[in-house]
Structure formats: C-alpha cells, structure tokens
Design a protein around this ligand. Structure first.
Ligand SMILES: [Zn+2]
Length: 300
C-alpha cells in the first residue's frame, strides 16, 4: 500500500522546528495545499528556517516522517502553548492543491496510517482532530470539501480490520506464559519479576508484539510461550499430518488463496491438518490454512 520512511530534522534545527518535548494526546490532520510529494514536503520542511513543521507527510506512495513524535511541531497556528501545536501528532496529506487520484490515494494511505497510530496507542477515533479544530484555518481543505465524516469512516474501517494473529502465530485469546528469560517489554521498560512465569491472555497483536491482559503491556512474542497448546483445537477423524517440502509456504487467514498471509511454514516442518477446503488445509493450531498442493507438502 505504501512504505514508511524517515528523514528526520537534525538536532541543530530542533530549536526552530520542534523545541518542546511532547506527550501526544491526539492526531491532527492537515492538507498541504500544494502538489509536492511527501519526500519533497519533508525535505523542504526540515531544511528551511521557518517555524513551520509537522511529523508526517503522506502521499500516494509513502509516509515520510520529518520530526520525532516525542517533540512538538508548529502546524496548528494556535501559538506556543496551543493544544494543537503542543499535543498533536501532525499529519500532512499531500497533493491537495490539485486533488485527483493521487490525492485520493494519499488520503486513503493517511487513513490507514492514522488507524495504526491509534491502535498502537490504544486510542479511539475521537483522538483524530483536524487543524480547523485548533484555529480558524480551513484545513485540511480538500478533505473537508470531500467530507470530514467520510474520512473518519475510512479510518474506522481500517481500525476494524485488526490483525488477530502475530508473526509467529499467537492469536488474540491465547493464554501465554512470560518466559523467565524475558528482560524488557516491547517498549523497552524492564519486566518486573512477578510477571515472569505468570500467565496472561493475549488481547491484541501487532506484528511480532503481543498486548497482554491485566498488565496491559506489549511484549515481544519471543518472550512468551503458549500454554494449553492444542487444547482448544479439535482433532477430527479426518486429520492428517503433512510435511513441508518447499522452502517456505504461506499461511492464509482463510481457506482462500487470496486471503491475507498471516505467517509462513518452513521446509521440514510437520503439521496436523484438521480440515481440507478449496485445496487448503486448516492447521490444527488454528493459525490459518496452507496449500495442500503436492508440490509443496507431502502427506505423512
Ligand atoms: Zn493545516
């Protein structure tokens, strides 16, 4: 859909571009009102000496970050102590001057990216603001022309599209035990000793990170192990074993070759298939489906 890059302002320019530390409380949406790409928008911003700045510029192909998000930006026109300038993650949507297909795609990418920012922070849709909320400027102008509510609905649709399986196959609802060897959370803080060896439920997943119940902290999936493995999966009469005979084979979310890839299995690994559908076999772990094509797997 898009790639995410950084082209961060140099520390010498912090005094102009982002002088204050910030704990963000919302995301503020803007339109650039020009036709520059995200890369050019950020390059221009970080290199000039104006007190004008933002955190991300997003176009039809990429998200480019120009400022660290733990520092403020000058984007809302509400002054040195304004709630917009001092508490907002500023997102600029590119190509708004001329609009058209590339703007529409940039806006879609922005909605998707903003949904990720919300999810990472555990924030709801009410955290998405527009520049206009903080000062009288009609910004994000084209997004407002098209209808702000439509944009919010697009973000919501991406928010609902929550991945439920981690890179290594942990799912929301899994019971996991934090390993004794774990040292830090995904956020870098030290894991307290009482957490190690304790069992928690996975309440959210994000790539290789898992959000655990009770402690409400993100852990790296390598730092936990599943408990009661297989207790919820049903082994039926028709189940059988397959060995993977290709280097790598995708795990699909559904019994459909076009469904989302949620992981991979590797050569030499053996799996129990509990159900066959459309040429795909359902893994006993419940992680998803793999092709049963004899080019890729061998029945045991
Ligand atoms: Zn603006």
């Amino acid at each position: 859909m898009y790639i995410v890059k950084q082209n961060l302002v140099s520390k010498e320019n912090y005094a102009i571009k982002c002088p204050y530390e910030m704990t963000a409380e919302w995301i503020v949406v803007h339109n650039t009102a020009n036709d520059a790409s995200a890369q050019n928008e950020v390059a221009y911003m970080i290199n000039n000496k104006n007190q004008v700045s933002f955190h991300y510029a997003i176009d039809n192909q990429e998200v480019v970050q120009g400022l660290p998000i733990d520092r403020n930006a000058w984007a809302c026109g509400d002054g040195a102590n304004g709630n917009g300038n001092r508490k907002g993650i500023q997102v600029e949507i590119c190509y708004s001057k001329s609009g058209g297909g590339r703007f529409d795609q940039a806006e879609k990418n922005a909605a998707h990216f903003i949904a990720n920012l919300l999810r990472e922070r555990g924030w709801g849709i009410e955290k998405v603001k527009k520049h206009q909320d903080f000062s009288n400027k009609y910004c994000p102008h084209r997004t407002l022309d098209k209808g702000w509510n439509g944009f919010i609905q697009t973000i919501k649709s991406y928010l609902n599209d929550v991945p439920t399986i981690s890179s290594q196959g942990f799912k929301v609802g899994d019971q996991v035990k934090v390993k004794a060897t774990a040292t830090t959370y995904a956020t870098g803080q030290t894991i307290a000793s009482f957490v190690k060896g304790s069992i928690y439920e996975v309440i959210r997943v994000n790539g290789s990170q898992l959000l655990l119940s009770k402690i409400i902290s993100w852990v790296k999936e390598g730092d936990v192990e599943k408990v009661n493995e297989g207790s919820t999966a049903i082994t039926t009469e028709s189940s059988f074993l397959v060995e993977i005979i290709c280097d790598e084979l995708n795990i699909r979310q559904k019994a459909d070759f076009n469904s989302k890839v949620v992981g991979t299995v590797k050569r030499g690994e053996v799996y129990t298939i509990i159900n066959e559908e459309n040429g795909l076999g359902k893994l006993k772990s419940g992680v998803g489906y793999i092709s049963l094509n004899t080019k890729y797997v061998k029945r045991k």
